[in-house]
Ligand binder design. Structure first.
Ligand SMILES: Cc1cc2nc3c(=O)[nH]c(=O)nc-3n(C[C@H](O)[C@H](O)[C@H](O)COP(=O)(O)OP(=O)(O)OC[C@H]3O[C@@H](n4cnc5c(N)ncnc54)[C@H](O)[C@@H]3O)c2cc1C
Length: 449
């Protein structure tokens, strides 16, 4: 992999054996845990949270927000699938492999993994990283506390890029209190009026979570959720279907693969088992498609894949269905044209082919935005300096198969999307973390760069 421009710090000679991990969500903590298995390394995890581990997904979760995966899949250690179950039971919580645990419990579990790490080899530095510079041996990470961390290796575990604000949202609407750009920001939903209609932009799992939260109390005015196709996620079955193994055609074209999947379901295979099987091969299949086929997948098939792959836990699905039955939640299919402040408060939303409607709040529940426009300041700087570059289809950062963007600079988590297809869920993040840990060259053997 080549970098075009690299701003380097030639005199910098980093602390051998130190790995700086930037980001304190699931990716950062699972990477620290994986690297700590080798006593040659010392990790410094840089993140602003007082207690790393929960991240976006498991930090702001309310008690009714459940994992979308069964407990059996969520152990922090791939070699010990019962680890999470034992952790729960040791704390008096009954937990079975097929359960969908509260996300807050899982967040506590992840935080605990870091809290109980060997402090002599695993430190937390509470700060937001603002820059990374390359030296002759290693990197210098600067942060908003004024500290400089010298490290032999740096792991970027920054999570998903934030969603892009849709282009139809005017500048004035973006600044309006009725527009919520990030539903996971602390207190983001507190001021949403209960007596006025609310519009969610997106109908995926984030929209489901937000709808469940908004309808928890005394709301009697419907919440609407808008997406191009108006498709909500499907539900997990109460018990997992028996696994299937299919001979999937990996090749440059998408159509044979789609035909094979359809044929398997038409022949009687359980669709959840088929999707779960495709997931195990998804990175290979994605990487063998040619770029045009990948574009076609992103444009025409991605949403259908997502509603089948990212499923609701059965209790969440039951509540979601009941809200729709009561008319408290309505799904809309359509293309957003514009959002403007309404002169009497709230926002006016225009959807193609429909009369303008006024909402008391509009909440962005779309997925991660593309790079580079959605990159936060740190990533934007790394892209500008040529230390990293965007990967296929601008979905994430380009890396080799181990997650290395350039010698000594690694990426773990959703930012690997594009090179990988499945990069955001815990089993895949855990595998990425293990792979980085295994690929780190031994400090003593590290050649000069
Ligand atoms: C609502 C939700 C529910 C999910 N449910 C499931 C599930 O049930 N099962 C499953 O397998 N997966 C699930 N996922 C997917 C997956 O677990 C998450 O995407 C995963 O937790 C990502 O973790 P992360 O550490 O990469 O990112 P994040 O959790 O976003 O953490 C990023 C971290 O980076 C830090 N950071 C960012 N910039 C800087 C900087 N400049 N300096 C220092 N620190 C920085 C942040 O403070 C944060 O600590 C869910 C995701 C979401 C959003």
């Amino acid at each position: 992999m080549t970098s075009t421009v690299t701003r380097s710090a030639p005199g910098l000679d980093a602390d051998p054996g130190t790995v700086a991990i930037i980001g304190g969500g699931a990716s950062g903590v699972l990477t620290a845990r994986a690297i700590a298995r080798d006593s040659a390394w010392r990790t410094v995890l840089i993140s602003p949270e007082s207690r790393p581990g929960r991240g976006v997904a498991y930090g702001a979760a309310e008690p009714w927000h459940l994992l979308n995966s069964r407990a059996a899949a969520m152990s922090a250690d791939a070699r010990d699938p019962e680890h999470l179950l034992r952790w729960c039971r040791a704390r008096g919580r009954a937990a079975e492999p097929t359960d969908f645990l509260p996300r807050s419990v899982f967040g506590e579990y992840l935080a605990d993994q870091f809290t109980h790490a060997d402090r002599s080899r695993s430190a937390h530095h509470r700060a937001t990283a603002i820059g990374v510079r390359a030296g002759t041996r290693g990197y210098l990470v600067t942060d908003d506390s004024g500290t400089e961390t010298l490290a032999e290796h740096v792991v970027l575990a920054l999570g998903n890029p934030p969603p892009c604000v849709p282009s139809g949202v005017s500048e004035a609407a973006r600044r309006d209190v009725a527009f919520v750009a990030d539903p996971w920001a602390p207190g983001a939903l507190d001021a949403v009026p209960v007596d006025q209609p609310v519009l969610l932009l997106g109908t995926g799992l984030t929209a489901v979570d937000v709808a469940l939260t908004l309808t928890r109390g005394s709301r009697r005015v419907p919440v609407e959720a808008l997406s191009r196709r108006g498709l909500p996620p499907l539900a997990h079955p109460a018990l997992p279907a028996a696994p299937v193994a299919l001979d999937l055609p990996a090749g440059a074209a998408l159509a044979p693969l789609v035909r094979r999947v359809r044929a398997a379901v038409e022949a009687g295979a359980d669709w959840t088992a088929v999707v779960d099987h495709v997931r195990t091969r998804a990175d290979h299949l994605w990487n063998t498609l040619d770029p045009a086929a990948r574009e076609r997948f992103l444009r025409h098939a991605q949403r259908y894949w997502e509603v089948h792959r990212h499923r609701m836990a059965p209790p969440a699905a039951a509540r979601f269905a009941s809200l729709r039955d009561q008319g408290l939640l309505r799904l809309r299919a359509g293309r957003l044209v514009s959002i403007e402040p309404h002169p009497d408060g709230g926002l006016t939303v225009v959807v193609e082919g429909a009369a303008p409607r006024r909402y008391g709040a509009v909440i962005t529940c779309t997925g991660p935005g593309p790079l580079p426009c959605s990159a936060g300041p740190l990533l934007a700087g790394l892209l500008t300096d040529g230390l990293v570059r965007t990967g296929p289809h601008n979905l994430g950062i380009d890396t080799d198969e181990n997650g290395q963007a350039r010698p000594g600079l690694w990426v773990v988590g959703p930012l690997r999307r594009g090179r990988l297809w499945e990069a955001t869920a815990v089993p895949e993040i855990r595998a990425q973390a293990d792979r980085v840990a295994a690929a780190l060259p031994h400090p003593a053997l590290q050649p000069a760069r």
